[in-house]
Ligand binder design. Structure first.
Ligand code: HEM
Length: 492
């Protein structure tokens, strides 16, 4: 196996396994042991891939081998374990490599490809403008997080189902949010014991510590509802002839054109791939967008440069749109630097090899848990000097033109399980940052004595990274900005 920290008999590295911000410890091990590090936890081999070269060699070039996911017992069903917990086999992100996963992934990729995302630019712009209006109405120092949460929910429901959520208590949104909360709390082995020791699922429920069964039942019910209800809404709207364009509608129309309308298996694949997207996209988007507020509060100079660019290109009499994008290199560079600075999935999502593999003389056994250390790749000082500094200039040429960096695609993973939503995230980030800074300035909040409250730019988390709680002030830039905000039409 690849080198790694020393192991104890039987339990191996059980007590070495980092739980909070594991990417920091994994990066330290990478410095000590090299590009590929291995651990052993009670017989399961964990392989951490720390460099772009090794990740590319293994997960991309040998992608067919690394296409599987290790099981997440709390989420899965009888084929893998003899007991049934949440039964979220619909969830593309965690699904094992099967024909069912392939069909579901195909819809996600198709529905989120660049041409499809272009079709959603109007929706993204509208939703972000409503968000600006919400912030103006309730500029409280911590409420921005709630507004961002509502924004990401509104974007996903609109793109996936052509459905406008009615507000934070919207029925469809509430079900998705509650299901997601259970999913996020039970994903990693450190979150739920049954993930580390799957045999526990077979013990009687009345035993102490078996409370996870009851939670799994709630998760199962919510998951089924989240997948089915909005899908049936789209179907009924299509029958009545007024379904708005959406990922689900497009997939169903394509099915019809290929003569497969009514095919239960094909329709289920569409329903389940759509139902996966809130789970995969909600917290990732939330973390990324809220981090931008920390960046702005911490870097007033960056904010000023961005606003100067917006004023020169867009002016003060309208809000920006996607047509402005090619002339806003600094805003584009800010978005790229955000993805690099605080990668939201720092250890990606584990892959699992379908068969034994050998790399540089080391064995990576079938069924190992293969983690990709995206954090180390995005913070490699040889590529990004002073990596913990937020510096958009990394992505600009000396003449100020935008300098793209293909390495940033790796923030969305590698190989055949890579994130299908990278174009959507890119578009969302751009319109979000450009619109926000046209209307508002973000500053550190002040305490009762008028002293600035420090903003902690570091992140916490286990699987996803998220900014630690912080406060900030979001104030309209001036009278022009107030007018722009007032002119945003109310939600229809
Ligand atoms: C900043 C935002 C996001 C980041 C950084 C991100 C990153 C990732 C990463 C690292 C993976 C695992 C890749 C791998 O296994 O190699 C992934 C998978 C996935 N992401 Fe994202 N993601 C983001 C937002 C979204 C959004 C908004 C959606 C949906 C609308 C989404 C849908 C998915 C899906 C469906 C998968 C599973 C793919 C599969 O297993 O075949 N992601 N994402």
């Amino acid at each position: 196996y690849p080198p790694g920290p020393p192991q104890l008999p039987v339990i191996g590295n059980l007590f070495d396994l980092p739980t909070e911000t594991p990417w920091i410890k994994y990066t330290e091990w990478a410095q000590q042991y090299g590009d590929i590090v291995s651990l052993n936890v009670g017989g399961t081999v964990i392989v951490v891939v720390n460099s772009v070269q090794a990740a590319d060699d293994l997960l991309d070039k040998r992608g067919a081998k690394y296409i599987d996911r290790p099981p997440v017992p709390f989420f899965l069903v009888g084929e893998v374990h003899s007991s049934i917990l949440m039964n979220w086999s619909f969830f593309v992100l965690i699904a094992p490599y099967t024909d069912g996963w392939r069909a579901r992934r195909k819809h996600c990729v198709r529905g989120l490809r660049p041409r499809a995302v272009q079709q959603y630019q109007g929706t993204l712009t509208d939703k972000v403008r409503h968000f600006l209006k919400d912030v103006r109405a309730q500029p409280d120092a911590q409420a921005f997080r709630t507004h961002v949460e509502e924004l990401q929910g509104a974007i996903i429901m609109s793109i996936v189902y052509g459905y406008d959520v009615s507000g934070p208590e919207d029925t469809y949104l509430t079900v998705a949010r509650d299901a997601n909360a259970i999913g996020q709390r039970h994903f990693s082995p450190g979150d739920t014991l049954v993930n580390a020791l799957p045999f526990l699922a077979q013990l009687p429920e009345w035993l102490p510590g078996m409370g996870f069964h009851a939670v799994a039942r709630i998760g199962a019910r919510l998951g089924a509802k989240m997948v089915k209800d909005p899908y049936l809404l789209v179907k009924s709207r299509m029958e009545q002839g007024f379904a708005r364009p959406s990922l689900t509608r497009d997939c169903l129309e394509e099915l019809e054109q290929s003569g497969l309308a009514g095919d239960e298996e094909a329709e289920t694949a569409i329903m389940e791939s759509s139902g996966s997207l809130y789970l995969a996209g909600a917290d990732t988007t939330l973390s990324t967008l809220t981090t931008m507020f920390a960046v702005l509060a911490l870097h007033p100079g960056v904010q000023e440069k961005a606003q100067a660019e917006l004023d020169a290109v867009v002016g003060r009499s309208r809000l920006p749109d996607f047509g402005d994008r090619p002339r806003l290199p600094y805003i584009n560079a800010m978005c790229r630097e955000l993805v690099r600075w605080r990668p939201v999935a720092p250890m990606s999502v584990p892959h699992a090899p379908l068969e034994d593999d050998v790399y540089n003389g080391y064995l990576i056994p079938k069924g190992a848990v293969v983690l990709t250390n995206i954090w180390a790749m995005m913070h490699d000082p040889a590529v990004y000097p002073d990596p913990d500094a937020y510096r958009p200039e990394r992505f600009l040429f000396t003449d100020g033109k935008f300098k793209d960096d293909p390495r940033l695609a790796f923030a969305f993973g590698f190989g055949r399980r890579s994130c299908p939503a990278n174009h959507l995230v890119d578009a969302t980030l751009f319109i979000f940052v450009a619109s926000l800074l046209s209307a508002f300035s973000v500053r550190k909040a002040k305490d009762a004595q008028g002293r600035e409250i420090p903003v902690d730019g570091t992140h916490g988390g286990r699987v996803l990274s998220h900014p630690k709680d912080f406060k900030c002030l979001i104030v309209p830039r001036d009278a022009d900005a107030e007018k722009l905000l007032k002119d945003i039409p109310d939600r229809s």
